[in-house]
Ligand binder design. Structure first.
Ligand SMILES: [Zn+2]
Length: 176
């Protein structure tokens, strides 16, 4: 399935409602089948998670749900429950910030996260899938892993270059 949540912009939210609604129904069914109740905060949280193109911090997710409609403790509890059901995946930024990403309709994949602006781009998963397979062949079960890539995106590199040339220009002008 092609994810409608794919976007090159880290904060780019999905405008196409239909695939999101279908995914939301799938997620609610999985919650119900697990014996958990499908509550309003849980649905609101799922809907918010589906609007993010990649991993997002708990604070950003809380903002997206609406800070008035749901408190942070509820968000934490729901995310922990969703993780247990495999509806979300947890990862970490280079500074230790915890990020969550919905995995209902998204194929498992890594992200490259820009250390400057937080832009996230998907990275192919194939390599790690092969590794998990190898580990499983050695007799391990319930194999899981967390891998994230960090770097500086092309836009931030350009911005840094432009800023550096401005500094040089300022230095040169008085000496001319
Ligand atoms: Zn960047």
């Amino acid at each position: 399935m092609i994810s409608a949540t794919q976007s090159n912009h880290p904060l780019g939210l999905v405008t196409n409602r239909e695939p999101e609604d279908v995914t939301l129904t799938v997620a609610c069914t999985r919650i119900r089948n697990s014996g958990m109740r499908v509550t309003k905060p849980r649905v609101a949280l799922l809907a918010a998670l589906l609007r993010f193109p990649g991993p997002a911090s708990i604070e950003r997710i809380h903002q997206e749900v609406g800070t008035k409609s749901c408190d942070l403790v509820t968000i934490y509890r729901c995310l922990a429950a969703f993780e247990g059901l495999g509806l979300v995946r947890r990862s970490y930024l280079h500074n230790g910030t915890c990020l969550y990403e919905q995995t209902v309709n998204a194929a498992r994949r890594y992200h490259i996260i820009c250390k400057e602006c937080g832009r996230t781009d998907p990275v192919d998963y194939e390599l790690a899938e092969g590794l998990e397979q190898k580990i499983a062949e050695r007799g391990y079960t319930q194999v899981s892993h967390v891998v994230e890539f960090f770097g500086v995106c092309p836009i931030c590199q350009q911005a840094a270059k432009a800023a550096a040339s401005r500094v040089t220009a300022v230095k040169i002008v008085p000496s001319v």
